[in-house]
Design a protein around this ligand. Sequence first.
Ligand code: PHE
Length: 351
Amino acid sequence: MQEKVEMLCKEIEEKISNITNLKDLTDLKAEYMGKKGIITELQSGIKDAVDKKEYGMQVNTVRTTFNEKYENKLKELQEEELNRKLESEKIDVTLPSKRIRQGSKHPMTRIQEELEDLFVSMGYDVYDGPEIETDENCFQKLNLPIGHPARDAQDTFYLENEYENYLLRSQTSTGQVRVMEANVEKGPIRVVCPGKVYRRDDDATHSHQFMQMEGLVIDENVSMADLKGTLETFCKKLLGEKTDVRFRPSFFPFTEPSVEVDATCFKCGGKGCPLCKQTGWIEVLGAGMVHPDVLKMSGYDPEKYQGFAFGTGLDRFAMFRFGITDIRTIYGNDVRFLNQFTKGDEHNETK
Ligand code: PHE
């Protein structure tokens, strides 16, 4: 028995030392320690042994030898495996990284944010209304009943079928109606409504989609003088302190009286150039005192409240600020165009 045990131990030692992978080691464990394994069988021989104590001790020696060698080999192989993994998954930190291209804000977003900041600093809220609107909000409640000739200047896109009554808003003046109606207390309002608007136009200076910003102030004792002061401040802040502003009588169905506001040409400074058609002036805003009927239609008492409203096209400011000559490029999504507006430009803007 002693001899047999020594041989077995030697055999185990040899076999385990020759093993080079985990699978073979597991197989070997089954061969010796499995249900029908060599050591297991040897152990069950105890019942026929003469000296059971001695027999048990001998079997134990084989078992301990196996376990010890097995555990050592297992550790060794696991370590090898780990090293192999570390080696193959190594990251070379000296490799040059992939270049991450930083995007930049769209020129229209920049102009919109600049104008919002300006009005917020003057105490205005910002309201962002929907682009799909009802005929009521876009026209009727702004004193443009069905069939009114002034609708022609704002022909837009209409949604058919289940949305029969809906259209793409042709002006942000819809924001006026929405803000007035939402104000349940029918109290004072000071708000700007920037956003996209749509019309059936398409040439170098007119796009079927463009951006406006509407302003609405409602309070007691609001007069044309407040409107003039506000818009003068706005134009000077946006276009430069030297900018002159002039008001021309005009017509909008929702304001009375109505004006169009011109600023000194931002290209030639008032001397006359192709941009201002040699007049020295550029039209920048439509404005006026909110028509009493418009106030009434949205639940305001025109005896108590007055208001002024103005609307301006943001694209014109962007064209001036960034030297864009064709409005359609603003909405073309051409990356060659957009790439020109890198972040650094924000600090070099001329006012
Ligand atoms: N909504 C008008 C337009 O698009 C501009 C405007 C707004 C005029 C507010 C007067 C008051 O032309």
